[in-house]
Design a protein around this ligand. Sequence first.
Ligand code: ATP
Ligand code: MG
Length: 412
Amino acid sequence: MAKKLQSIRGIHDGLPSEVSKWRKIEDVARQVFATHAVSEVRLPILEPTELFIRSVGEETDIVSKEMYAFEDQGGDNICLRPEGTAGAVRAYLQAGLTRAGAQRWFYMGPMFRRERPQKGRLRQFQQIGVEWFGVAGPVADAEMLAMAQRFLDTLGIEKVRLEINSLGCSACRPAYRDTLIAYLNARAESLCDTCNDRIEKNPMRVLDCKNDTCQAQLIDAPEMVAHVCGDCDMHFSGLKAGLDALAVRYDVNPRIVRGLDYYNRTAFEFVTDQLGAQGTVLAGGRYDGLVESLGGPATTAVGFAAGMERLAMLMPDMDTHVVDVVVVSLGDDALPYSLQVAKQLREQGIAVVHAGGGAAKRQFKLADREGARFVAVVGDDEMQQSLVAFKNLATGEQKTCTLEQAIDSLKC
Ligand code: ATP
Ligand code: MG
């Protein structure tokens, strides 16, 4: 026997039971986001590698070790996008929209990161992302979070809590960074290798280390929220007041840092205890400096992304039942009529499988296996009278009736 090929590790197939959840997530996203006047964009999966180096940041895990980047046949450095925000900013600039007023966008699609595959951590995964450009105040952050909360609520995802933090800005972060580096250097020997690597490059990421020994050293680490400047403080207070007004519950978690460099001020995560270490289902924040650093004018912006596979894991299994009726045809003469019956039912939007004619036993077995709600049996008698023998497989009820009557009973 030929060897079976497997998919790449950490890249999995969306089979019907999971795709039905993804579709629900997409439908709810479209419906909820539309009430905030957010429009869908569809952006490329391949982008120039440089885009992520300049935005996400060279010292981040994503750029330093997780990108699927390569030189193509023409010698261009391209990569499979690891996230959506950078591409959205590029598109916004490329389309010349910086003077067009606020832009509110969302997208959904695959992202690629060469991470260590585990539950909830894939190498190809899907994100639903939202990016708002040209929205300055904390009201926008609060409204975005209320929208995210409603999105999760409408999906029936419970037991998710919102945590928020302030990451400061270019005015207050450098001084805080120095304070933090001094604190970490004093404990460097007790911190893991990864943390040691990060002390100079990305010290705030050390706060995020999952290692218990490191966390024990970080108990008294200085926190950004306690070192923010007046403007950042006002922004954070405004956000909290907005969330209160909108009845969105939150906790301040001074340890939230984002794995990407471009965030400032507001950072947030919706987290759950139900997915082990991969507990963040939706995360984002403000990134006021990114548009400028990619060559545009100073532009305020805020956004988030949610991992669809993680959301799907929190959703109850859905009814993936797809067959309404199996049409069973008895005898060769009735076959053309039975095909017409199937066709007419389908024209009414009913999901039909034709059992293919032939031996009755095989056809009934097929109906059983398809999990159909009804079987429509047609033989010579039914054909002559333009009727069907219609059986409800759940109740066992059976009647011989016209196709219209059968359709009526399907609808109730
Ligand atoms: P984590 O801390 O879990 O690594 P992150 O900070 O890297 O997440 P973001 O880049 O902010 O995550 O992505 C937003 C969301 O996308 C995450 O909250 C998560 O739901 C999802 N996500 C990120 N990476 C993966 C992955 N490798 N597999 C599946 N989902 C992912
Ligand atoms: Mg990550």
